[in-house]
Design a protein around this ligand. Structure first.
Ligand code: GLV
Length: 317
């Protein structure tokens, strides 16, 4: 039986499943392991079921035991793993696409609504017992009739588009390449981020974190937006230069932001915390029982498939 290190606590049904298929080294206390501990604990293992909180950089990967053949990441994103270093060491890296698309798109809509309708201020005023209904109290922005810019029109971006259309929004997008008409579904393609940002009343960031998208929201690109635009991010914190975005909020260039992801999570750039027009969540994109169960099952199935067939369809390196 192959031995698998499971770096974080999983939902019970997933822990039961992985224990049926493998000699699973579980993390029942859900400790976040240091890189040294990951190396130490996986010494006698054949694979690792890891998560976005585990940093498998080049140095860590190079020190992994030669017995490790697969890193099955419990996520669709894999920015926590140096894919090239893994490939060089002949370690297969897999992810969990598709199963979290709907849950993440729901959170993207929540960010859009939360930022546009001043939900943080609303909740605070209720908790502070400091409100009364009045005609001009906490007036926000309406989604219906507004333009939603989607940066990254992959599975999640398209699921956001579908939902946003039901709110009466017009969909614009930028993607590495233009989608075929059936996937585009009436959305307007933009050749450049300048063109996309300049028409977006609201931006939803749904692209992967890559060297090209790192800090794609920065002092210069923030100037592309019309005054009063809203920026939301349900993908990865890497895409935003936080200092520049907070400054744009202070200057009222940007009306509000909605964020579920941050650079250096669980830390958050402190400047956001003093701004009232910031709607923030603690990385809840895929956090439903249905989705987390499906992600766990898929991460396990990826390992089973790999040891059965020597390959895996969800391989990303
Ligand atoms: C979650 O953030 C994921 O990438 O799956």
């Amino acid at each position: 039986m192959n031995k698998i290190l499971v770096t974080r606590k999983l939902l019970r049904s997933n822990e039961e499943k992985i224990s049926r298929f493998f000699d699973a080294k579980l993390n029942l206390n859900d400790e976040i392991y240091s890189q040294n501990k990951l190396i130490e604990l996986s010494k006698d293992c054949d694979g690792i079921l890891c998560s976005i909180t585990d940093k498998f950089d080049k140095k860590t990967i190079n020190q992994l035991s030669n017995s490790i053949k697969i890193l099955s990441n419990f996520a669709v994103g894999f920015g926590n793993i140096d894919l090239k270093a893994a490939e060089k060491k002949k370690i297969v890296v897999t992810n969990t696409p598709d199963v979290l698309t709907d849950a993440t798109a729901e959170i993207a809509m929540l960010l859009i609504l939360g930022a546009a309708r001043r939900v943080s201020e609303g909740i605070k005023s209720v908790k502070d017992k400091n409100w009364k209904w009045s005609v001009d109290f906490l007036i926000g922005k309406q989604l219906e009739g507004s333009k939603l810019g989607i940066l990254g029109m992959g599975r999640i971006g398209r699921a956001v588009a579908l939902r946003a259309k039901a709110f009466g929004m017009q969909i614009h997008y930028r993607n590495r390449s233009r989608l075929k008409a059936d996937l585009e579904a009436g959305a307007t393609y933009h050749e450049s981020i300048q063109s996309l940002f300049s028409v977006s009343d609201i931006l939803s960031i749904n692209c992967p974190a890559t060297p090209e998208t790192k800090n794609i929201i920065n002092k210069k690109t923030l100037e592309f937006f019309s005054t009063g635009a809203i920026i939301t991010n349900s993908a990865r914190g890497d895409m935003i230069d936080d200092e520049a975005l907070v400054q744009a909020l202070i200057n009222r260039r940007i009306y509000a932001v909605g964020l579920d992801v941050y650079k250096g999570e669980p830390n958050i750039y402190p400047g956001y915390l003093n701004q009232k027009n910031v709607f923030i969540l603690p990385h809840l994109g895929s956090a439903t029982k249905k989705t987390r169960t499906a992600m766990g099952n898929l991460a396990i199935d990826n390992i089973v498939e790999f040891f059965d067939k020597g390959s895996c369809k969800n391989r990303v390196n």
